[in-house]
Design a protein around this ligand. Sequence first.
Ligand code: FAD
Length: 426
Amino acid sequence: MKRCIVIGGGFSGLTSAVYLSKAGFKVTLLESSPKLGGRAYSVKDKETCDVIDNGQHILMGCYNYTLNFLKEISAEENLITQDRLEINFVDENFELLPLAAPKIIYPFNLLFAILKYKALTTEDKLRFISFFTKIPFYSNRDLERMTVAGWLKRENQSDSSIKAFWEILVVGALNTNINNASAKIFASILKEIFFKGNKAATILIPKFGLTETYCGHAFDYIVKKGGKVNLGESVIELKSNGGILTEIITEHCSIKDFDFVVSAVPLYAFNKIKKDPLLNIDLQLNYSSILSVHLWLKKNPLKEKFYGLINSPVHWIFNHLNHVTMVISDADELVKHGTEEIFNLACGELEKFFTIKRTEITAFQIIKEKRATFIPSNEIINKRPNTQTKLLNMYLAGDWINTGLPSTIESAVKSGKLAADLIINS
Ligand SMILES: Cc1cc2nc3c(=O)[nH]c(=O)nc-3n(C[C@H](O)[C@H](O)[C@H](O)COP(=O)(O)OP(=O)(O)OC[C@H]3O[C@@H](n4cnc5c(N)ncnc54)[C@H](O)[C@@H]3O)c2cc1C
């Protein structure tokens, strides 16, 4: 039986470990922290004892690699799904502006969703539709050096439609603003979301905390297939000889009995590991923060599962019944502020949008994720490394690998599957 070591227990590492276990490999997963999940995990809030996520994660119907992975580990039932796209945007004073596809045939249902979206004027809608119908025909070369802002301007998108639709989509999907994001990567996700059938554009939300949603299932799967998961096991050195990785040194032990290795850690963590210069990666990533404000209310008046906020520094609010979570993406400036200031901002927006007064809040928790995702700028998207490294038995996974996707769960899972497939077929 061939042995494989997977370094890192986030979505990418767990995916590699699961598919390698499925193919009959004996897998050992080494994870430096005491828990699985990487950047997508949940914890028990000390004050309220409720489970909260480190940051709300949403998936989309076009996340095919992720949905297959969740199915493989019997976790697909842990998602709340939609039949068709439905996002309830809100304007100040709780005015609902739904972007909802009616029950008619795709793609006309998406067209109708736009036509009925009240946040856009008739002229905006016409310009929007004219732009949208051209998207499948853009080639990568057309967009290679363009930012999303430049692209939207060239396509005559008005300031109001940028505010009421494009900025929200870009910041939600890419966790950066339209001036930083590459038009090429944005076009590729628009094609995935809106041109791959009705389900692709739907939004999926975990039913439970993230850890319960997938980490336990993946752990059980690996262990049942004879694999091991070592938590609190940080890899510090990779030793190689003659173009082959021969030894892995962790803080506690040295491992030599393996045939293949998948590194599924972020670039900044990979750079910290001592290793053969052949493994050096010539790539500088800039990261973008996500700020989550979890709030407990005396009485929760929210009816929908989530809302998008128009013209607000807060982008989304998710309704977990016993608490609500406000999400601020592209939050590099805001994460520098103290608790008091961030809480004040959250209270102000809650009152402005949902008429919920500060006195209704019984508890809160702020979580800052400073390196939540890398910024998909034009400078970096063509430099992302491929799965195979210069060492014969060593492969890379992680959302930053060359998957063609932004820094998302889907990119992480795709990278993990690509690494597993290369090993299985080698
Ligand atoms: C707040 C927040 C909100 C997000 N929202 C969304 C969303 O809504 N939708 C979406 O698709 N994506 C979202 N993302 C992005 C998504 O979480 C990531 O793209 C994905 O989780 C990355 O998985 P990964 O396996 O590539 O890396 P990671 O999750 O970072 O996993 C890497 C693992 O490697 C471990 N490790 C590091 N160094 C070592 C070492 N030396 N030895 C052993 N182990 C090591 C780490 O501890 C970690 O567990 C969000 C991210 C954040 C932070």
